[in-house]
Design a protein around this ligand. Structure first.
Ligand code: ADP
Ligand code: MG
Length: 378
């Protein structure tokens, strides 16, 4: 089964809570709104990838979480604390202890060696004994392959090595949260992989990592991804299930989704839903059984990332009398009216046909008899 990709399922308290965050940049050229009413939570032990095209607002979002830049509207709570309401001096200390930040353009101090750059946050926050700091600094540099470069200045090593040093620096105080803006963009595959492995083990120890990334290699390691498009968060169920649709279409469809949570194995009453709505599996699994040819039934098991509908949308007479049964654990589904989809895709019949074909594929299932069905479903 696929990992749950939507933290909204989680009934734990969020560690980081962005509510109604907006950001408008104003300069001589005019104003530009880079973030529009972002509502987003992050939880302990998550390894979250933030993805989106260049200019979509990823770095701006990260700057709101780290407190490096102020939102135009909205609040960011970290551990219940409103970070933008803190005094600047308190904020610097809070950040030193609680956040490791890897900036997109490294921002190492040029007059300090790589090791001294890593020691600086430790000296600032006094979390580790002074005589243990150099050893810890060297360990962190070794982790990113820089043990031989420790005493060099940033200007005399490569961009990739500076970036590696910035990652080591972000881990200096073993912060509960690491926020990294494309931290492996300049690294060779091997170094990038050891960074991912370290991040992976840190989340295993309860740390939270938020990472802007373009690297498709990383996806299997992430707890989930957050897709940003033109300053908005795309609804995760759409981002996960229909990522191949144009982002403006996904943005437009998001508000039309309706979620429903169910528990127990009783079949769902989907009367009136299947004829004109798409149904997405957000959490949990369902089995679909439909009346197939002769006395055989078709059964399909669907998981997060799958979606289905009824014969009204599919024009498929072999998909009659569909029974939808939740499997084992709690189920969350999201429904979307098909006419909203056709409106949003008006004139793009190729995309509508692709969606129909995909639905057919997802729902194709296996022909089984009643006995097999009992064994499979309960
Ligand atoms: P990303 O990191 O996804 O590439 P950014 O968050 O850096 O995107 O930028 C989002 C948008 O905001 C872009 O259109 C960018 O040009 C604009 N922007 C970013 N910083 C500023 C700024 N300081 N002043 C004006 N516009 C800005
Ligand atoms: Mg950026």
């Amino acid at each position: 089964m696929e990992a749950n990709y939507n933290a909204a399922e989680d009934d734990r308290k969020p560690l980081i809570e962005l509510s109604h965050i907006s950001k408008t940049y104003v300069n001589a050229a005019g104003s530009f709104t880079a973030l529009k009413d972002i509502n987003l939570n992050f939880y302990e032990s998550e390894f979250v990838g933030v993805i989106g095209k260049s200019g979509s607002g990823k770095s701006t979002l990260v700057n709101m979480i780290t407190g490096i830049d102020r939102p135009t509207g909205g609040k960011v709570l970290v551990g219940g604390l409103d970070i933008h309401a803190m005094k600047e001096s308190d904020q610097a200390r809070w950040r030193g202890l609680n956040l490791g930040v890897v900036f997109q353009f490294f921002q190492l101090l040029p007059m300090l060696t790589l090791l001294e750059n890593v020691l600086l946050p430790m000296d600032f926050c006094n979390k580790y004994e002074p005589d243990s700091r150099v050893e810890r600094g060297m360990e962190l540099l070794a982790l990113v392959g820089l043990e031989k470069e420790a005493h060099k200045l940033p200007g005399s090593v490569s961009g990739g090595q500076q970036q590696s040093a910035a990652i080591a620096r972000a881990m200096a105080n073993d912060p509960p949260i690491i926020v990294a803006d494309e931290p492996t963009g300049n690294l060779d595959a091997k170094t990038a992989d050891s960074v991912y492995e370290k991040f992976d083990s840190l989340t295993g120890e309860g740390r939270t990592i938020i990472m802007i990334t373009h690297d498709p290699e990383i996806e299997s390691r992430l707890s989930r991804t957050v897709l940003i498009s033109d300053g908005e968060v795309i609804d995760p169920v759409l981002a996960h299930t229909l990522s191949w649709l144009p982002h403006p279409v996904l943005r437009e469809l998001g508000p039309s989704l309706e979620r429903r949570s169910v528990s127990g194995g009783e079949p769902l009453d989907m009367t009136g839903v299947l004829s004109n709505q798409l149904v997405f599996i957000e959490h949990g699994q369902v089995s679909l059984s439909a009346r197939g040819s002769s006395n055989h039934k078709k059964v399909t098991l669907l998981s997060p990332g799958d979606y289905f509908s009824g014969s009204g949308i599919l024009n498929d007479a072999t998909l009659q009398d569909i029974t939808v049964r939740p499997q084992n654990n709690a189920l969350t589904i999201a429904t979307l009216p098909w006419n909203r989809v056709t409106e949003a895709l008006s004139g793009q019949s190729d995309l509508i046909e692709k969606m129909r074909a995909q639905l057919h594929g997802k729902m194709s299932g296996k022909e089984i008899n009643d006995k097999q069905e009992e064994g499979m479903i309960q």
